[in-house]
Design a protein around this ligand. Structure first.
Ligand code: SAM
Ligand code: SF4
Length: 327
């Protein structure tokens, strides 16, 4: 088992398999001037499989594949197939849904435990304004396909002043008939340029108050273990509503996760700027034991919470793109 210096169990690894993306969500990536990581700097699938397996041996039981857009990277389905052989490993995927439709049957066959589908608006025009790409129909087809194949699905929407506030209530309304989780995420400054000053006004309290204007009977439900979302349900609705206080950082006390960037940088907190590069260690010829020891050593110096991690960063303020972290 892996524990950090604050006694928190670490059993969840988030793996960003690419920094490339075919959307340009304005809260995540600048529209132009993006410098993608060189191919040789990316972890290879063999390296990722080795890291996942070594983590698994230490007690990692959940992996989330993310990015950039994970389905943009060639060979991703073969990789998923290989790690799905690890008997007790739950594999989850976060995707923008643009390339996912055709893959849904295969994802079902592989036993993918759940998909988080990023969908910031139910309105085609607003979707375009946010993502700067014309992919709304494809994403909605993916959503329908996920429902048809009964893959547990969560819709993730970043809540942004002046952009998609009008989508909050219609998205909550989806939970009436659909057995999905709709989750509203506080916007964070991981957008490739840093805080834009007026942003982040929509914190978890304001989101909940807004939902209550139409759904005063919304009730708190028990949060799953290690949940990052505060979870709610409206009586008689099939689905649930979650609010992720990602900027307020309410969930650090039970944080069970580590992150790997596409270049193999280990992050023990979303807000740190990387603890060490596992890829370099592997390419220098480290043994399995050495890699595992390095992982344990990094967790022995983990920040207490996201505020401490942010204070200790070498390059402040936070401004890297979330596409290089994976969410
Ligand atoms: N491309 C995939 C997608 O969009 O689902 C996976 C990667 S994306 C970086 C993972 C998650 O991070 C998405 O749900 C996205 O909405 C969220 N995200 C990206 N930038 C964010 C920001 N600045 N604040 C809050 N969430 C953000
Ligand atoms: Fe791409 Fe996902 Fe970032 Fe949007 S949130 S630009 S889909 S990586």
């Amino acid at each position: 088992m892996l524990y950090d210096n604050h006694g928190r169990i670490i059993n969840y690894m988030r793996l960003a398999v690419t920094d490339r993306c075919n959307l340009r969500c304005f809260y995540c990536m600048p529209e132009e001037g993006i410098q993608y990581v060189q191919r040789q700097e990316l972890l290879t699938y063999e390296e990722m499989e080795r890291i996942v397996t070594l983590g698994y041996q230490l007690g990692i039981r959940k992996v989330r594949i993310t990015g950039g857009e994970p389905f943009l990277r060639k060979g991703i389905m073969d990789f998923l197939e290989r790690i799905s052989q690890l008997p007790e490993l739950a594999i989850h995927v976060t995707t923008n849904g643009t390339l996912t439709y055709d893959l849904v049957p295969k994802l079902k066959n592989l036993g993918i435990k759940s998909i988080n589908l990023s969908l910031d608006s139910l309105d085609e025009k607003r979707f375009y304004e946010i993502t700067r790409r014309d992919s709304f129909k494809k994403v909605m087809q993916t959503f329908e396909q996920l429902l048809a194949y009964e893959i547990p699905t969560k819709l993730n929407a970043v809540v942004m002043a002046g952009k998609n506030i009008d989508d909050i209530l219609p998205m909550v309304a989806l939970t009436k008939e659909l057995p999905i989780g709709v989750r509203f995420i506080e916007e964070m400054p991981f957008n490739g340029k840093g805080s834009n000053g007026e942003a982040f006004e929509w914190d978890y309290r304001k989101i909940l108050d807004h939902i209550k204007t139409q759904y005063p009977s919304i009730a708190k439900i028990k949060d799953p273990k290690y949940s990052t979302s505060l979870n709610y349900q409206i009586p008689d609705h099939k689905g649930t509503v979650g609010i992720i206080a990602a900027y307020s950082r309410l969930f650090c006390g039970s944080c069970n996760r580590i992150r790997l960037t596409p270049q193999g940088v280990l992050k023990t907190c979303l807000y740190d700027n990387g603890v060490f590069n596992i890829r370099d260690l592997i390419r220098a010829g480290a043994s399995n034991e050495q890699v595992q020891e390095a992982l344990q050593e990094a967790l022995a110096h983990r920040a207490k919470d996201g505020h401490e991690a942010e204070r200790k960063r070498k390059n402040n303020p936070v401004q890297e793109s979330m596409a290089t972290i994976g969410g």
